[in-house]
Design a protein around this ligand. Sequence first.
Ligand SMILES: [Zn+2]
Ligand SMILES: [Zn+2]
Length: 406
Amino acid sequence: MSLVLPTPGADTLRAISDFHPFLSAFRRDLHAHPELGFEERRTAARVAEALQGFGLDEVHTGVGRTGVVGVLRGRWAGSSKSVGLRADMDALPVQEEGDCAHRSVHAGLMHGCGHDGHVTMLLGAARHLAHTRDFGGTVHFIFQPGEEGHAGARVMIEDGLFERFPCDAVYALHNWPSLPAGTVAVNPGAMMAARDDFWIRIEGVGGHGAMPHRAADPVVAACAVVAALQTVVSRNLDPALSAVLTVHSLQAGSAIVHGVPTQSVTVPPHADIAGIAKWFDAPAGETLRKRVAEIAGDCASAFGTRADVRYLPFLPPTVNAPPCAELVRRAATGLLGAGRVFTAMLPSMASKDFSFMLNERPGAYFWLGVGEDVPGLHHPRYDFNDAVLPTGAALLATIARDALAD
Ligand SMILES: [Zn+2]
Ligand SMILES: [Zn+2]
């Protein structure tokens, strides 16, 4: 074991701040060239090129289709410990409305969730740690494709991520508008909800709108189902548990032109409902799943129609392992001061696919504040706050060092 001591947090932040202009330029280049999930070929190539330039020991591309993993071994011999740091790479199918110089060059695509910042901060940590190598064991820098609705984390895992790149623990962050810039939030438990998706087709009997008694109207049945579904959370779950159920789509009949009488008024043969259910505790998830099917089935049959229900558990809840959350808290406190680290945040009802990695390995997911007065995530004017790039990179580097420390 070498006598060199780990670099204290302040030194890490100072060292990374020295190449802040590089990080900002890199982030803006990614912002200008957004790519959707599993299409991150340019992004992956830029990441791989950067990692090779930093002198990582190994750089693997094509992990989970367009994912990249960089491997860095510390210079202190004798440790078999390993840690994974993960960033998501994909952009959104949203037309950017901002007018910054680095706005998206691709119509209808933008980095509206700040993943350009996530990639850049993880690269900043890689560059710093590749320079110092002041740790024992191995850091795996995981650049994940397809976070936005593609469950890319699961695809990487199914591609053998943790067999090929063993990780004792995994860590990731998401930038968080509404938190002051450069602050950190990490709970010793739930951070983000699970997400289930459901689809209900109400099969009725079509007919003439003036003779509905000869039909079985799926529109009326669907309206009753949607109204009755509002009771699942309010009347079937323990009020002390958190959950939300939202029907986000209800479609039936022919297209509507406002103010123009429809030529043929018919009772349509079917109506389609789509929704999501969010929850944290498995028993709550089970209740939601059971009651959606029961209400849809019973309600539809009360109206002489039939419900065909599909229910898909899509993302598990993102729940931090308390010792890993504590490691993040300590690292962040050392770097930023206790007043800038929050550990009792209300969890978000949004969902993240990093939960798949947390199901495989202990770890923690934390939020990095990017400012209270900035557009929210997925807003067409969102633009990652470059001021926090060194902070995020220093946090990730410090977490890796601490996780590998004896
Ligand atoms: Zn997003
Ligand atoms: Zn995101």
